[in-house]
Structures are given as C-alpha cells and as structure tokens.
Design a protein around this ligand. Sequence first.
Ligand code: 13P
Ligand code: SF4
Length: 393
Amino acid sequence: MEVSQVRYHLRCLNFIAGMVVSDTLVTEFDYERQDASGATCTARAWARVPAPVSAEDRQRLKAQAKELLLRHQAVLVAHYYVDGDLQDLALETGGCVADSLEMARFGRDHAAQTLVVAGVRFMGETAKILSPKKRVLMPTLEATCSLDLGCPEDEFAAFCDAHPDREVVVYANTSAAVKARADWMVTSSCALAIVRHLKSQGRKIIWAPDRHLGRYIQEQTGADMLCWSGACIVHDEFKGTELALLRDKHPQAQVLVHPESPASVVAQADVVGSTSQLLQAVVQGSAREYIVATDNGLMHRMRQLAGDKVLMEAPTAGQSATCKSCAHCPWMAMNALENLVQCLQGQAPEIVVPQPIRQGAVSCIERMLDFVKRHPASLSRPVQGFVPAQGAA
Ligand code: 13P
Ligand code: SF4
C-alpha cells in the first residue's frame, strides 16, 4: 500500500482569543497504521532512505555531481535538513542552503533554467509554481512530509467550503492542490507577521495544517483561527519534561525551538524561529551553549558557522521510549549523493504541476513573497522568548 493510501483522520480546533471553543472530531492522521506487511507510514519512509556510502564513494559522487551541475547549467537548492554532503555541494557550486522561504526566493530569482531541489516535494512544487518555465528536478519524488500527507486536498476543500467567511492561510508544507485553495501561503519565518497583519484587518482565519504552529501563532497574535490538526513527525516528538531536565543540567544554555514543536517545548524557548532564524541565533548569540529543538540536519551548518559553541539536540523521548524520527526527517534523508547524480544524469524525476493547479496556487505564494518584500523587518529577528497565552516576553 502506498503512503498516500493510508486513511487520514484529522481534528479541527476552533481557537478564539486563545481558548479552544470547540473541538470537533473530523478525522485523525494515523502514522502508526500498518499495511498488510506490518510496516507503518514512517517505517516505509525510512526503508526508502539510501544506505550510507563509503568516504571514497562520497568524494567520487560529489565530484561527479559537480561536473553534472556545471554541464547542465543547473543550480542546487538545498534545505538545512538534507545530508551534509548535499549542503556542502550546494554552497560549493553557487547554489543555496536555506529555509523554505529562502529556497523559494532563490529558485525564483536564479538565472539557471534547471533547479535541482534537495528537500521535500512541496519545496520542489513551490519552485515549479514560481518558475513554470524552468525544469525542476528532485533526487526523489518520494520525499514527502507528514504535514502534506495529513492534509488531503478533498478533505481540506470541504473544510474551507464549510467556512467561506474565513481567510485561508496554509503553511508551505502542503501540496500544490491545497495551496490552490488558499489565500495565503506562509512559512515559519513569516507566518507570525502575516497573521498579525490579517488580524489587524479584522480577518478570521482558517489555518492548516500544523496544529503546533497554528496554536503558537494564535497565542502570539490573538487572531481568530480555525486550525487543522496535522503535525510534523519530527518536531512532534520533542519532549517538554526531558527538555526541562536537560536545562537543569545546563542552566546557561539558550533554548532554540522550531515552532512546529509542541507547546511544552515552545514554552521553554529563548528563541522561536524558522531554521534560518535558529541558525542566525546560534551564530550571533553570545551564549556558549545551545539546546536545539529541530531536525538535527541543521546541526551541520550550525557546527560549520559556530564551531566554538556547544550544541545539544533537544530530547525526543524519555529513557524507555522509542522515537519514530529521532530528530531526523526520513523524507529529507531520502536525498543522497547517489540519487542526485542519477537525477542529473537522467534529468529526472522532474516536478510537474498541472496548469490549472499552478494557476490556483501561484497567487497565495506570490502574495506572501510580496508581503515579505514590503515588510523585510518582519523576518530579520527571531521571536525572543514566549510566555504561553501572553505572547512574547
Ligand atoms: P523552515 O521553513 O523553517 O526551514 O521549515 C521547513 C520544515 O519543513 C521544517 O520542518
Ligand atoms: Fe515535514 Fe517535518 Fe520533515 Fe519538515 S521535518 S519536511 S515538517 S515531516
């Protein structure tokens, strides 16, 4: 059974002024559900992650990829969570390593006619939607995201239809078809500023799909938000209790948290922000120690840019518990040097977004890009501190 065939169950929560006023069971996405062979959705994703290769093979593949990027005049656009070799390759060849927002802008603005996106599928789709004439390749199209999987287009359309008076705001981590239903796309770096803007205009909001990010934004802005209840399998596993114990051992450490994490983790953050904003916080911060609650792929760049600092991963589970992601995204991990070389050699797989869907999705993305261009200051500083139900400290 394919991942997309797993049944979805999602909850919607109606937040008004910080209070949950209704909790209507719609459906719930169950990542544990097993197929006939006994494998879960997450286990199937891990099973498709390429096996590690020797140091010698990595050097050979990297050199091959460099030559192919040059030959095809292609540029590599990578996310911080992918394999460190891919991140290094992107930077060594004039590409970028960035958060979702910067990846979208970089791909759109770069002159290359072939973009190779090392990340997850929604990132490739966003690149294609913004640059329909460019060829957008990905090492694998299997690389999806639990947030995208947890927000199927038909169920989301029914949700929107039921609330026609609300502005539809979707997180970047959704399919092109879901974006086609949205008024705004946002990423973790600009979601707060955009929702704050909508609230100032008196707009009520439908938010999808990440429940933790939705709650965080609602608490920060006080906006009237009707929230879908998806989750990121990586960030959902960070544990508030274990984080508190680690902080006890390292009282001087700054706590950096991606807002896809649960409330108990966000509540202990010194800085809440996108991957780029968390990286910036380590590079510019005056503290010596940092506890980082996001996918551990980001540690590669943090170590490169702030090698003198002590970096610790936030705990994902208690001593006897098991984790499904263990702070690393299986779909990001599907990107490897081997399938990158194959994709450059065969010029496939290529991202295709059907024209009617592209036409529907492009305006919500461009609206976000216009907004951040007009309000650059809204991105320049990560949120410092967070007091639940009271907003930033
Ligand atoms: P950023 O936009 O902060 O890089 O987040 C993307 C993502 O998928 C986080 O899990
Ligand atoms: Fe999606 Fe989470 Fe993976 Fe990011 S880390 S791509 S939100 S599953």
